[in-house]
Design a protein around this ligand. Structure first.
Ligand code: COA
Length: 416
């Protein structure tokens, strides 16, 4: 069965995480993604944090599945010629070089358009064009700090904290993928290519929009009722760090379960959803709280919310996180166990859904990677191993019309 993006040819001029996450997604859905890498070295993540000698690191394999690899030195004349041919034949070019690198290589947007007016050029940069910091090179945590995530994450008595989730990298790649698909769709209407640009700062902020909401509420009221600082603590004029508080008006917290003293993940997240108050009381064996005016509205509970959480922890003391969830789910209470990466790696549900998949790699052996988090009724996403460096160089060159002799000459000139 043909894949939805079959026939779309993508020059994958990306490295590290933000760009590769985007092109990997498009490869999963059937695009022919040709990863262009510098001969000899390739994407820096091939060798970063290796755990098997001489084999590509998981950092690379988990971001580059389903792609083909072409080695090309685009600073040589012959390399530029190959890239020129590739641009003429492709639909999309994705890059996340440092600011100005593509221009310095000789492939300005104007030149790319001359070569292929239908080309969609998709770029990731740390900051958007024209931003005061547009010249900066940026990695994940830099973006989390600039996009509002770090200042609002963590506990009020600790420093700004970055998230383990790749809000700056993979998240930006997902935004870029949406931009590319939108541009491809527009091209079906007007026949034209265009430039699609996403900045890491903007993508982080897009996920932190509720904190921008809170800043405006704080400016207006001087307090934020859903934060742990309310009503007993103090607010300054900036959105504070709220620990594990729920961000959407439903109070919630991470609560200890049986075994927390030795297991760092023996916790659940418990949400006190307003209309679920009666079932919560029943689940906790506190039916008297249901009608008690000191407890039966969100407002009444607010000043004793941490006493309520403490009571729930006493209820949880003899239950593992899984036992607790099995009880609470019967009462329709929004909650979940805090799952460790080990538990996620072995979770039968995630394996069954294809969200965690095992892939065979010629040098690394079997490894786990993420599958598509997007499920379709009519598309099957198969995850294949990432390519070895230059694995498809000759094949891609032959597709471009190079003869065997010309291919040998390109190798001899160290252009590929
Ligand atoms: N052939 C020849 N040269 C190549 C090449 C190839 N196939 N691929 C890359 N290069 C060159 C580039 O042209 C550039 O050369 P120049 O600086 O002399 O013009 C050089 O390699 C370095 O590229 P750059 O992207 O600046 O790499 P870096 O290692 O210095 O910086 C980042 C890495 C990630 C900080 C930077 O790329 C960046 O800020 N990217 C934008 C934001 C981003 O995506 N961040 C990472 C998120 S995971």
């Amino acid at each position: 069965m043909s894949k939805p993006l079959e026939g779309i040819k993508i020059i994958d001029f990306t490295h590290v995480q933000a760009g590769p996450a985007c092109t990997q997604l498009l490869a999963w859905f059937g695009a022919d993604v040709i990863k262009v890498e510098r001969p000899g070295a390739g994407d820096v993540t091939r060798s970063q944090l290796r755990h098997v000698k001489d084999a590509d690191a998981l950092y690379f394999t988990m971001l580059n599945s389903n792609k083909r690899s072409l080695t090309l030195d685009t600073k040589t004349a012959q390399g530029k010629e190959v890239l020129t041919k590739l641009i003429k034949e492709s639909d999309v070019m994705v890059e996340n070089f440092g600011p100005g690198a593509l221009d310095r290589m000789g492939f300005t947007w104007e030149h790319i358009q001359e070569l292929n007016p239908g080309m969609i050029l998709a770029s990731v940069k740390g900051f958007s064009e024209g931003h005061a910091y547009e010249d900066l090179k940026v990695y994940e945590n830099v973006a989390q700090c600039a996009g509002g995530a770090a200042s609002t994450t963590g506990f009020w008595d600790g420093p700004p904290t970055v998230s383990a989730a790749a809000l700056g990298d993979s998240n930006t790649g997902m935004h870029l993928a949406i931009g590319i698909l939108t541009a491809l769709h527009q091209k079906t209407k007007n026949g034209k290519g265009q430039k699609v640009a996403v900045s890491m700062q903007d993508s982080v902020l897009n996920l932190c929009r509720v904190k921008l909401r809170d800043q405006q509420r704080l400016d207006a009221l001087g307090y934020l009722e859903e934060y742990p600082q309310y009503p007993h603590g103090e607010f300054s004029d900036v959105v504070p760090r709220g620990g594990n508080a729920g961000g959407g008006g439903q109070p919630g917290w991470v609560l200890k379960c049986k075994g927390w003293e030795t297991d760092p993940n023996a916790y659940i997240y418990f949400t006190i959803q307003g209309h679920a108050w009666a079932p919560i009381c029943k689940a906790l064996g506190k039916p008297e709280w249901i009608e008690d005016t000191a407890y039966n509205t969100a407002e009444a509970r607010q000043d004793k919310i941490f006493d309520i959480f403490a009571f729930i922890e006493s209820w949880l003391a003899d239950k593992t996180k899984f036992e607790a969830i099995d009880i609470l789910r019967k009462f329709d209470i929004p909650c979940a166990p805090v799952l460790s990466m080990k538990e996620i790696a072995n979770d039968p549900s995630l394996r069954k859904s294809g969200t965690v998949v095992e892939v065979d790699h010629p040098k690394l052996g079997k490894y786990l990677t993420v599958g598509s988090p997007i499920k379709f009724s009519d598309v099957t996403v198969e995850i294949t191993a990432s390519p070895l460096l230059g694995q498809h160089t000759n094949e891609v060159l032959a597709d471009l019309g190079y003869s065997q002799e010309e291919i040998v000459a390109l190798h001899d000139a160290k252009a590929v």
